[in-house]
Design a protein around this ligand. Structure first.
Ligand code: FES
Length: 390
């Protein structure tokens, strides 16, 4: 089947086997992880349509703070306006499209570095030299295209689609599962961008693959996590939730660093909760912090993983925080390093001549759900599952 066919993945034998009931299913053909045509389709049907979590509101805390991003190649400028509202613009000059700002900082206005067109924080074109002779040109009617931008408990979401589904509908499941934490007053303690040699989907899948925990992470979180009976909850829009499990904080002992998040103070000592927020976010709760990982394609074979770790504000601002951060990173890097080696090996296997994707385990329910959701979005709507298949 042509990799861009919209007839549905189940019409292709090498993909259809993934749709079988979990106890009969096999992993899909590796081309969904390395075919550039698949990624182009994903940019259109997934990243170009959905709400995308891009970070925390405190990253642009003050009026005039800005941050320039490229979301799957699309230039976006995040700005906190003087009225306090965070907005997102297409970061494309209205003259020839050069990015009017780069990096991050604080500005009163933006000057395009190419020919000097000047913009206000509200996106209005304020000045354009040597344009007096350009007939019909009126700078007062020129404004940067604004993109939908919303804030949920400090997490910022942008859509590259100027008419996305209502944010309230999109965020409802995230709010249902994690809204009780009250993350607005929390603060970003750690943010890193980590390049990886794998397709973006493999990292999202890895984070909900609890099948590997007791093997790959046997010296860290695998020492005490029980992964033989994971209570996966799957939802229609591809979301996967694991509502409670026993993992603990990223300390050597698994105990909390300092103190618990107030909303979690009555939870078990190593309370943990996780979820996939489609299209590309893995979200984890620990008693004393929350972790958000977003996976962004660079090309079909490479990606950047953004890591956001958020703690109660007074912990981030305490003199002890550098010590907490260092301790977190030692454990986090050990666990992630183990994962990174696996996802990069998976990527290589997706093109290996003699590899035939194998059967799924019952512990891969969450992985299967995410795979099928994406196959449907790449290849088109599927006929409903038969009762036997469900
Ligand atoms: Fe910006 Fe020309 S491209 S002023």
């Amino acid at each position: 089947m042509d990799s861009l066919s919209r007839r549905g993945a189940r019409s292709d034998a090498s993909l259809a086997k993934a749709f079988l009931p979990l106890t009969q299913a096999s992993h899909p053909d590796g081309r969904i992880y390395h075919d550039p045509a698949v990624l182009e389709r994903e940019k259109q049907t997934i990243f170009g349509r959905d709400w995308l979590c891009i970070g925390r509101a405190e990253e642009v805390a003050e009026p005039g703070d800005y941050k320039a991003l490229r979301l799957v190649g699309q230039p976006v400028l995040l700005v906190r306006r003087p009225d306090g509202k965070v907005v997102a613009y297409s970061n494309t000059c209205l003259h020839r499209g050069v990015e009017i700002a780069s990096g991050e900082g604080n500005a009163k206005e933006f000057t395009c570095p190419y020919h000097g067109w000047l913009y206000g924080l509200d996106g209005q074109l304020l000045g354009a030299a040597h344009m007096r002779d350009s007939e019909g040109f009126d700078r007062k009617t020129c404004r940067l295209p604004e993109l939908p931008c919303e804030n949920f408990q400090g997490w910022l979401f942008v859509s590259l689609n100027r008419t996305p589904e209502p944010f309230a509908d999109y965020i409802a499941e995230f709010a249902e599962k994690f809204g009780y934490i009250d993350m607005e007053p929390m603060r970003l303690g750690i943010q890193r961008d980590i390049p990886l040699n794998c397709n973006w989907k493999l990292m999202v899948e890895n984070f909900i693959d609890f099948y590997h925990i007791g093997v790959l992470h046997k010296d860290t979180i695998g020492r005490y996590m029980k992964t033989t009976d994971v209570p996966y909850e799957t939802r229609k829009r591809g979301q996967v939730f694991i509502n409670e499990y026993d993992a603990g904080s990223h300390t050597q002992s698994g105990e909390v660093f300092v103190e618990r998040i107030p909303a979690l103070k009555d939870k078990p000592a190593r309370f943990s909760q996780a979820g996939v927020i489609t299209p590309n976010v893995n979200f984890f709760v620990r008693p004393d912090y929350v972790m958000l990982y977003s996976s962004w394609p660079v090309d079909a074979d490479t990606m950047v993983m953004k890591q956001f770790i958020v703690f109660p504000r007074h912990i981030v601002e305490s003199p002890r925080f550098p010590e907490i951060k260092a301790q977190f990173l030692v454990m986090s890097d050990k666990i992630l390093g183990e994962d990174f080696a696996m996802v990069e090996s998976l990527q290589n296997a997706s093109k290996a001549t003699h590899f035939v994707p194998g059967r799924m385990s019952r512990l891969e329910k969450g992985v299967q759900h995410f795979i099928l959701h994406n196959l449907e979005r790449i290849y088109g709507a599927e006929p409903p599952l038969t009762a036997a298949a469900e």
